[in-house]
Design a protein around this ligand. Structure first.
Ligand SMILES: C[S@@+](CC[C@H](N)C(=O)[O-])C[C@H]1O[C@@H](n2cnc3c(N)ncnc32)[C@H](O)[C@@H]1O
Length: 273
């Protein structure tokens, strides 16, 4: 992986991530109230609904879907895994890649039960919730790799990690703003991952609005670039994407559970021209 223009800020971000704790992160963000499938205003069902719609509108297609900065989570590919024959997961940290491998290889000791997530997405797809075992099998079948990535490198993945044509679609959730020291670096990272996408391919980007930090574990306060909607739109344009749609979720008071200072979430559907 080629390194370029990495300043102190990027190095400091990498240092924060050495203390990232996947078990705590999953607990903070992927259990109720943030993942309450009985509530329509819970954050995780909102994200799953956006992804379901984006993947079923008919314009997103191809063979290869790549998830940028997967972390220890799988929810972001539960809709896409039905559409794409090959899914590649990526993360900067081996602890996160190991967590993903554990679930994909159906090993003991997974830190989160993804069953309610699988059931919820089956319902969105008009399938019976009991079809979740089929979706789990489908996901395990189509994930072909879990790769190291650094979005601050002009080439974020190892050379030849992807076919030369690039990915047909990228999905990325809560990664770029929470690994970048400032807006310029966030925009540059958007440009770096654009290089992984084929012309005409789609980017589905989920991220935090108005967030200055989140907890990556007990006492692990990770700085985040606080973004607003206008900045997201400008960064996308400046890094060569055409915006198709931006949706915004405002965090209800009781979702503010003391693990970050996020005020909202954006969902973007964009295309590389
Ligand atoms: C806030 S978590 C998001 C995880 C997951 N995508 C989600 O939706 O919850 C940010 C992720 O970015 C990863 N990360 C840290 N530095 C990175 C870098 N330079 N390039 C790519 N990913 C990075 C972290 O390991 C972590 O998994």
């Amino acid at each position: 992986m080629e390194k370029k223009g990495t300043g102190n800020g990027v190095a400091a971000m990498a240092a924060y991530y050495q203390s990232f704790d996947p078990v705590a992160y999953l607990q903070y963000n992927y259990t109720p109230p943030r993942a309450d499938f009985e509530r329509h205003d819970s954050i995780v069902p909102w994200k799953l609904g956006c992804l379901h719609r984006a993947f079923t509108e008919g314009d997103v297609n191809g063979e290869l879907l790549v998830d940028i900065g997967s972390g220890p989570t799988l929810y972001q590919v539960l809709s896409g895994c039905e559409l794409f024959g090959k899914v590649v997961l990526t993360d900067f940290l081996e602890v996160n890649r190991r967590e993903l491998r554990r679930w994909l290889q159906d090993e003991e000791g997974c830190s989160l039960d993804w069953t309610p997530y699988l059931q919820h997405v089956c319902k969105l797809e008009g399938r019976r919730p009991s079809a979740w075992t089929e979706k789990a099998a489908r996901l395990r079948q189509v994930v072909s790799d879990i790769l190291p990535i650094d979005v601050h490198c002009p080439q974020p993945l190892a050379p030849n990690a992807l076919p030369s044509a690039g990915a047909d679609c990228l999905v990325s959730s809560f990664c770029l703003e929470s690994v970048s020291p400032d807006l310029t670096t966030f925009t540059r990272a958007l440009g770096h991952i654009r290089g992984l996408l084929r012309p005409g391919g789609h980017l589905l980007l989920i991220g935090a609005l108005g967030e200055s930090y989140y907890l990556g574990g007990p006492g692990v306060k990770i700085p985040v670039v606080p973004l607003n909607e206008a900045q997201v739109c400008t960064s996308l344009k400046d890094s060569g994407y055409t915006l198709i749609r931006l949706e915004v979720y405002n965090l209800p008071e009781d979702m503010r559970v003391g693990v970050d200072d996020v005020s909202g979430v954006f969902f973007v559907k964009a295309r590389k021209e």
